[in-house]
Design a protein around this ligand. Structure first.
Ligand code: NAI
Ligand code: MG
Length: 501
């Protein structure tokens, strides 16, 4: 059966889930709709997986650990991942269109993300046969002792709607390289691309059950996190949901990787190249309509250049082209779904109530072509204090809070005054200051004179309530391995059974 079929009457694409090598409906036949945020209309639907469906997927993944997948050499695993990467490359454009249709992120970004995915899979494919242990000179000289990294087992991955396949890659590629099997639960707003992608996994020859997809909302994710067959829960999403997921994982001693929210400071010193900084500020908060965990949502700016920088940022913000996210000249698409639009709007109202000033944006655009979609104007708030809620809570939309600072100590203090710690930007021409500030900021990623740059081989993750664990690079691979130590007795001599030897 194909992954999706269209209902002739209204052209809504009916997706199915992948469990083992079978495309299935939910056992109780329930489905849910996915809305295109540009048109405001339902365009696809997917099965609403219940606990029994999740159990079936985890069972398929457990069996696959013991299948040819579990017995094949690391080189063979790497070869399969490479074949998968090549298929992804061949389908990147169509997957990008699916994602943009589902979440409204502009095609120029989803295309770039999807075109970059094969490199992630190739990187981890190459890592598969470089996973090895150590021999250890234990103090007991009658032993030969070595370690062996082993796959953690079945991975349950729960994903958000902002970059479905890009975020999946940082989990799936290392998990496969490590020899794990996988059950993915994409967000209820964006089920389509992950299901279309799953077809490529089968085509590449990954044995049945190595990669499974169950679709549904929070209940489905919760069932996955608490399934005792899941050895590792890898989550990307909000901090509040991350807390729930960790609690479920704790009940059955599952390991976790948590990629959570942020309230990242983008810090511009008076000695910065102001034009470059303004550009980086725009990239940090308005790219992807601000719906990224790394959004530079707090602009910390030196008092001396406050007005100049705000004016430049606002001038560019007013000319950002909103429109059809599938059109390649569109710069900002709609917000991904109606509730998220309401959340963004209410935060702007809250900021104004708290005493912030609106420099631009703050409303939905009332223009032809934009009325059906969940659009919101690029918004700049000044006069923000770091203790206001718009400076402390993740808005996840195109809303910039501008906070002035006096000097370097002040900038670092405000930058670090957050429960989060995902990323930070530092704009300065002073190389000593750049290093000083980069060292003092508490965040998992620091960009100097840049913002929003990531790569498959550079570790990524959060300090504080932004997360636990790292994705990408060698550290990202370790998240999917556990160490076995093997002791081989060499002499055959018996020993006193009542002492530890
Ligand atoms: P969410 O964190 O609730 O959803 C992420 C994933 O978790 C989805 O697949 C969802 O179905 C699943 N989920 C929800 N409740 C669950 C539960 N109890 N157990 C297991 N899985 C569960 O985020 P949501 O509701 O989509 O967005 C709310 C806010 O979260 C956003 O406004 C934004 O502030 C933040 N967010 C942050 C992201 C990031 O990358 N840091 C990504 C998405 C949202
Ligand atoms: Mg959708």
């Amino acid at each position: 059966m194909d992954v999706a079929r269209s209902r002739a009457d209204n052209e809504i694409r009916q997706y199915l889930m992948l469990i083992g090598d079978t495309w299935v409906e939910a056992q109780d036949g329930r489905r849910f709709d996915s809305v295109n945020p540009f048109t405001g209309k339902v365009w696809a639907s997917a099965p609403l997986a219940g606990p029994a469906d999740v159990r079936a997927a985890v069972t398929a993944a457990e069996r696959a650990l013991d299948s040819p997948w579990g017995r094949m050499s690391a080189s063979q695993r790497g070869a399969l991942i490479r074949r998968f990467a090549d298929l992804i490359a061949g389908h990147a454009d169509e997957l990008a269109v699916l994602e943009t249709t589902d979440n409204g992120k502009v095609l120029r970004e989803t295309r770039a993300q999807l075109a970059g995915l094969p490199a992630t899979y190739h990187y981890f494919a190459g890592a598969a046969d470089k996973i090895h242990g150590h021999t250890i000179p234990a103090p007991q000289t009658n032993f030969f002792t070595y370690t062996q990294p082993r796959p953690v087992g079945v991975v349950g991955a729960i994903l958000p709607w902002n970059s479905p396949l890009f975020l999946l890659a940082s989990k799936l590629a290392p998990a496969l390289a490590a020899g794990c099997t996988f059950v993915a639960k994409p967000a209820e707003q964006t089920p389509a691309s992950t299901l279309a992608f799953a077809r490529l996994a089968l085509e590449a020859g990954l044995p049945p059950g190595v990669f499974n997809v169950v679709t549904g909302a929070g209940e489905t994710g919760a069932a996955l996190a608490r399934d005792p067959g899941v050895a590792k829960v890898s989550f990307t999403g909000s901090t509040a949901t991350g807390v729930q997921v960790m609690k479920s994982a704790a009940d059955h001693i599952a390991a976790v990787t948590m990629e959570l929210g942020g309230k990242s400071p983008n810090i511009v010193f008076a000695d910065a190249d102001v034009e470059a900084a303004a550009n980086g500020v725009i990239a940090g908060i308005f790219a992807a309509t601000g719906q990224t965990c790394i959004a530079g949502s707090r602009l910390l700016v030196a008092e001396e250049i406050h007005d100049e920088l705000v004016e430049r940022v606002a001038a560019r913000a007013r000319t950002i082209r909103l429109g059809d996210p599938l059109a390649l000249d569109t710069e900002m698409g709609p917000i991904a779904f109606a509730e998220q639009l309401d959340k963004v709007r209410s935060y702007v109202d809250l900021g104004l109530d708290e005493g912030a000033r609106l420099v631009c944006g703050g409303t939905r655009p009332d223009r032809d072509g934009l009325r059906d979609g969940y659009f919101f104007e690029p918004t700049v708030l000044t006069g923000v204090h770091n203790d206001m809620r718009v400076a402390r809570e993740e808005i996840f939309g195109p809303v910039l809070s501008v906070i002035p600072f006096r000097d370097e100590d002040d900038a670092v203090r405000i930058g670090n005054d957050t429960s989060y710690g995902l990323a930070a930007g530092v704009w300065t021409r002073d190389v000593q200051r750049a290093h000083r500030v980069a060292q003092r900021l508490n965040a998992g990623t620091i960009w100097v004179n840049s913002y929003r740059t990531l790569a498959y081989n550079v570790p990524y993750g959060g300090f504080g309530s932004s997360g636990i664990g790292r994705e990408n690079g060698a550290e990202g691979l370790r998240e999917y391995l556990q160490t076995k130590s093997v002791w081989i007795e060499l002499t055959g001599q018996s020993r006193d059974p009542f002492t530890l030897g």
